[in-house]
Design a protein around this ligand. Structure first.
Ligand SMILES: *Cc1c(COP(=O)(O)O)cnc(C)c1O
Length: 426
């Protein structure tokens, strides 16, 4: 029996608690789990039997969340971790090594650009950034040391949608996994595995939890990649010295990557999700489809209103027919282009500052994907260290603000923007 999305977002991975009958998934607030006897302990440590040992590796509450997200994404397994940025490191970790690189889209969340262009160099890894609309450039960037291709489905801050099928074809031809950050879309709007993604990463901090209460991340495995087809992924295909010579792919088949993520990734990097965090994200996911539908509905209303306002210079939202990426919506994210976009305010930097300070419902914060409407002026905050030229290249010029449209009454949000624009451009 195959259930629909709205049923799975409530039930996948969960069952009444076997110990107490509790209907809701309990928060298993424990560090360790008692072994039945010494043989049981040995079998668990040898990965011959699946079970809980220590909560840095697995925890029953966190496991329900992992199974739920894997199911919603159409993957075979998932590993939860402490943040979206942790998920990116955890996703790359089994694939990369010193001297290896990832070919990444130029249109990525700003924090990911910093992580990939600066911090991963400490591990001897590197990233090559290319325009993913230029497939020849993606092909040309791939070399013998490339181990993954990385992009976002609906790119944060919005306005851009990646042609996932086309990029997947390039990755396939090169024998490489495609990793898709699906944070802005969520599996309700886009299911990257159906478009050829090998792995899907999430910041659960955003729409999955949905109310700005926790930081969390997830790596989902499609189970479809043949890690043994080449000698490029020895940590999965060859004896792994960090796990007494275990061959993950041979032993676990399509679950190799997921087991590796727990047995080596979480064990040695320690970027574990805590059971309280998993609980909040499970509560959020129960209403994911309802919230996303409203985020999209409100975003379309507000983007349309802003586009017709003479005080506004530009609106970049793929949900608008005027967007150059509008024709990708029906194919990549048929239920809508998400709740994030940017717009330009006539009057530039000073007008944007006034706008942000004059809003009453919108909150001025660095987060996104909350039930509340949020706004940020990148040029005076997240992108203030950059030159104006760099800001413009990142679609974060001085006249641009980014909004994350919440699920309040659209009319109230429009009235709030109207009064704040009046003050900003007076
Ligand atoms: C927020 C975000 C991240 C990072 O997630 P954290 O949970 O803040 O670490 C990565 N990718 C995208 C698209 C994001 O919006």
């Amino acid at each position: 029996m195959s259930y629909g999305f709205d049923t799975l977002q409530i039930h996948a991975g969960a069952r009444p608690d076997p110990a107490t009958g509790a209907r809701q998934t309990p928060i298993y607030q424990t560090t360790a789990y008692v072994f039945r006897d010494a043989d049981h302990a040995a079998a668990l440590f040898n990965l011959q039997e699946v079970g809980n040992i220590y909560s840095r590796l697995t925890n029953p509450t966190v496991s329900v969340l992992a199974e739920r997200i894997a199911t919603l994404e159409g993957g075979v397994g998932a590993v939860c971790c402490s943040s979206g940025h942790a998920a990116q490191i955890l996703a790359l970790f089994p694939l990369m090594g010193p001297g290896r690189n990832v070919v990444a889209s130029t249109r990525l969340y700003g924090g990911t650009v910093t992580q990939f262009s600066q911090t991963i160099k400490r591990f001897g890894w590197s990233a090559k950034f290319v325009d993913f609309d230029d497939l020849d450039a993606v092909k040309a960037a791939i070399d013998d040391d490339t181990r993954a291709v990385f992009c976002e489905s609906i790119a944060n801050p919005g306005g851009y949608i990646t042609d996932l099928d086309a990029v997947a074809a390039v990755a396939d031809e090169a024998g490489l996994p495609m990793i898709v950050d699906n944070t802005s879309a969520t599996p309700y709007l886009c299911r990257p595995i159906e478009h050829g993604a090998t792995l899907v990463v999430h910041s659960a901090t955003k729409y999955l939890t949905g109310n700005g209460t926790v930081t969390g991340g997830v790596v989902v495995d499609s189970g479809r990649f043949d890690w043994s087809a080449s000698d490029k992924f020895p940590s999965l295909s060859a004896p792994e010295p960090a796990y007494h010579g275990l061959k993950f792919h041979e032993t676990f088949g399509p679950l190799a990557y997921t087991f590796h993520g727990i047995a080596i990734g979480l064990r040695d990097l320690g970027m574990t999700m805590n059971p309280q965090g998993a609980h909040y994200t499970l509560m959020g996911i129960e209403t994911l489809s309802l919230r996303m539908a409203r985020h999209v509905e409100n975003a379309v209303k507000l983007a349309t209103w802003l586009e017709n306002d003479p005080r506004v210079s530009t609106v970049t939202y793929a949900g608008l027919p005027s967007s150059p990426y509008h024709d990708r919506v029906a194919r990549i994210c048929p239920k809508g282009a998400g709740g994030l976009f940017t717009f330009g305010v006539k009057g530039g930097y000073e007008a944007c500052i006034k706008l942000v300070d004059s809003l009453e419902i919108f909150s001025h914060v660095a987060n996104l994907g909350d039930t509340r409407s949020l706004i940020i002026h990148p040029a005076s905050t997240t992108h203030r260290q950059l030159t104006e030229e760099q800001q413009r290249a990142a679609s974060a010029g001085p006249e641009v603000v980014r909004v994350s449209i919440g699920i309040e009454d659209a009319d109230d949000l429009i009235a709030d923007l109207d009064q704040a624009l009046a003050k900003a451009t007076a």
